[in-house]
Design a protein around this ligand. Structure first.
Ligand code: ADP
Length: 366
């Protein structure tokens, strides 16, 4: 046991039923900045930011009383707190063991910001997601293509007009040199326009959806890690509560992850100015063979004007926003046979919900 603790790449922390730490692995020491001697006998809640910090005793107590598993054997993306007060995203899985009459809980913690392997995986995922982001909606794509093509075309028009004007009177050698430059610039801009069109064709040919049975847990864990790594927000509280009995969904994983990622990014961006930044992701079975996933935030909510045209492309209230995230998300969800909508969240801000096919339901099998 001791040697496992010393060499495991994940941090391993063993606690008793009251939450007091019994052991703290070498990688936990590196991850949290405490030595084992400092923390053994202390409450494990010291490694969590609020509100888990205050609530962890209650979580344990509830589990001991009801046996209802919310984290044990399930695994979650949560936020942890370093000795210096900074917080970082982690993936936590907890196992339970009996030693004689005693019970202990072992937490395996993966640092989602630091772990190289995770970063690599995230990097891979990110490039695929970036790709999907662009292919998902043909209409939106065509519009953004028009936008991109506009740049070289405008440039060409400008150069040609300039050349024409310069050639109106008898041009001297110096003027002719300028005209030559303008024309060769035209040539390279047309090449650029051609490349944009070719890229579109490649994108379209790779744009088909491939639906498989996937774990919603895995899908959400990866997408939220991705969103959090980019966020770098210190006081964001993330709570993921997925129904463990409704885990299998029939989806194109990368595309649905794109939706989850968009919703989380939007939520985080909406809460930039909020004093309390809470993000909840939860799932529930719905009638008709669907599972509903919700991403809720404690941000300012939606103004009526924004709410009316939420899923239309190029509607953004952000200085650098493209206004494409939600329209792409809506296209992906409807291509999966589900629906997407927003209302107000119990956290005070906005809640986005969407439904996907429950792979365990009778309807999905039919
Ligand atoms: P973008 O993020 O590029 O603006 P989106 O289509 O993802 O494009 O979002 C469109 C608009 O919807 C945003 O500019 C914002 O005004 C609003 N919005 C989206 N999500 C939220 C949210 N969670 N809370 C408040 N407003 C939101």
């Amino acid at each position: 046991m001791r040697s496992i603790l010393e060499t495991a790449p994940d941090a391993i922390i063993v606690i008793d039923v009251k939450g007091y730490m019994l052991s703290f692995s070498a990688s936990a020491e590196r991850m949290f900045g405490y030595s084992e001697a400092e923390v053994v006998g202390e409450n494990v809640s010291m490694l969590m930011p609020s509100p888990d910090r205050e609530r962890h005793d209650g979580y344990l107590e509830r589990y001991m009383r009801t046996g209802e598993r919310r984290i044990i054997g399930i695994g979650r993306v949560l936020t942890a707190r370093h000795r210096d007060g900074t917080t970082f995203p982690i993936e936590l899985s907890v196992g339970e063991a009996r030693i004689g009459d005693d019970r202990v809980f072992t937490g395996f913690i993966r640092d989602l910001t630091e772990r190289q392997q995770a970063e690599l995986r995230i990097h891979d995922l990110q490039s695929v997601l970036a790709h999907v982001q662009r292919v998902s909606e043909m209409g939106t794509l065509a519009t953004s293509l028009a936008h991109e093509l506009n740049q070289p075309l405008t440039a060409i028009a400008n150069y040609v007009e300039t050349a024409r004007d310069l050639l109106q009177e008898r041009p001297d050698e110096e003027t002719l040199e300028i005209v030559r430059e303008a024309l060769s610039e035209c040539a390279s801009q047309s090449v650029r326009a051609g490349q944009i069109v070719r890229r579109l064709r490649d994108f379209i040919s790779r744009g088909e959806t491939e639906q498989r049975i996937e774990s919603l847990q895995r899908l959400v864990t990866e997408a939220s890690a991705l969103a959090l790594v980019g966020a770098g927000d210190q006081d964001l509280e993330v709570d993921v509560q997925l129904d463990p009995t409704a885990d299998k969904v029939l989806v194109d994983r990368i595309q649905i992850q794109q939706v989850v990622l968009n919703l989380i990014r939007n939520a985080i961006e909406a809460m930039e100015e909020s004093a309390v930044k809470r993000l909840m992701i939860y799932s529930e079975r719905e009638a008709g063979g669907f599972i509903r996933l919700t991403v809720a935030d404690s941000g300012p909510g939606l103004s009526e004007e924004v709410a009316e045209r939420l899923f239309e492309p190029f509607r953004s209230t952000k200085a650098t926003g493209m206004g494409l995230g939600l329209s792409i998300s809506a296209t992906i969800v409807s291509a999966h046979g589900g629906r997407i909508w927003a209302d107000s969240s119990k956290l005070g801000g906005t809640a986005f919900h969407f439904t996907i096919v429950d792979a365990d339901s009778e309807e999905a099998q039919a």
